[in-house]
Design a protein around this ligand. Sequence first.
Ligand code: PBE
Length: 269
Amino acid sequence: EATTSVSEKLEYTITGIEPGAGQTETNEKAIAEYESLAGWKQETASSAAMLTALGNAIDNEEPIIVAAWSPHYKFAKWDLKYLEDPKGVFGDEEYITTIVRRGLKDDMPNAYTILDKIHWELPEMEAALLKAQEMDFEFEAVAQEWVDGNQEKVSTWTEGVESVDGTSINLASTSWDTELFSANVAKIVLEQQGFDVTLTVVDPSVLFGAISSGDVDASLSPWMPTTHGAFYEEYEGQFEELGPNLEGAKIGLAVPTYMDIDSIEDLEP
Ligand code: PBE
């Protein structure tokens, strides 16, 4: 049977990403919950390794099943489809939210106001991610170019906010493209406002604790409600959520469109 041979060819393996990604847990959950994935495993390494494996498979029209999320340039670069997830393990729509440490509003009202206003439309973010690919993922430069080209939008974030004189603020980001872009834009905008910004890249597991302890002032990186929901719950009440900076994100398992399966349930244990 065709689907059996696909699963066999895949050696019952999902090509995953970083062990510390929120989605790595979600993939394990899918493996545990779907009968069609009984006996499957995910191989974790990095997003870069997953993308290399995906590109190689597509070059050779071979089957592959990967941990996927959007926004991400892979959907513009290749013809991919998310596998249907009838059990809803990967949730429906995700949003990316901005969180800050408690007390930030009183300590740094100017930064708080700006962070609260930073928001992207999905097509805008997708365009920025394509640009990043062209610019070898030099996110500082990509963010600077975006800020330079979008002064009108930036001014809606900073309107009426007084400048400061070198106040230090610590931002943290996870290591994925959307987050690196948004964090670098936030850094530049806060620097324009006179802040001395330190940006640190951390794992999602570290992020919520660092904000909760006050070591980090703010982050625009959490994916909710599914991807980082467990971390969010663990620290709930110990940080402040300012709300979505991007809506319409998604995570799931994806395959090249030439593959003859549409659902996680089309796979074979
Ligand atoms: N991601 C992209 C991350 C968050 C952003 C879905 C790969 C994760 O923690 O899984």
